[in-house]
Design a protein around this ligand. Sequence first.
Ligand code: URA
Ligand code: SF4
Length: 214
Amino acid sequence: PPGAQQWVPQHPGSIADLKAAAAGCQGCELHDPATQTVFGRGAEDARIVFVGEQPGDIEDQHGLPFVGPAGRLLREAVDDAGINPAELYITNAVKHFRFELRGRRRIHQTPGPAHITACRPWLVAEFSLLKPEMVVVLGATAAKALLGPSFRVTRSRGQLLPWPASAQHPADFPAAEIQALATIHPSAVLRADDRDEAYRGLVEDLKVAAEAVG
Ligand code: URA
Ligand code: SF4
């Protein structure tokens, strides 16, 4: 795929400018079957940016990230970690819903490396505008987009990572002192055998991020 770069405005003034441009993105084939681009949302002066995988079925219909079951769980965990939701911006590594049709049901499919790479310019543009203090990477897809293919969430979750030093392509990001932290995806908590334990682990990791921004 050609990738999103040609749709990214050169000098966006705001997240709203990026969102408007992303509505027309055809940087990869995922735009075609999906309902709409689901761009990030939240405070333009956010101190913490959360990055998920891609919109799900409900997000695709509403045009907003994390408004389904995973989003509900994430908001609860954010609250339990003592993070002020007004200081957040939430986005996804891939901005269109990838799915497979089974009958009339749309079944989530994990985005591939080509989709992650194609969509990455939007993430880079969001970071350039937001200049957050903390990047919370939710799950393996966001980790692939931001921390590189060899990063293992299970091994390195809950640790503060220097950023952009640990980024996949450090030069893409503002050279400000940012920190990053990877944790499991809220959908993984919903699927876990021991959901309470998985939830506690997510909250513990988010507390590390919360304490780091103070
Ligand atoms: N899962 C994600 O990664 N992002 C969303 O927006 C919803 C579910
Ligand atoms: Fe563009 Fe990303 Fe959608 Fe692909 S997934 S069409 S790169 S916004």
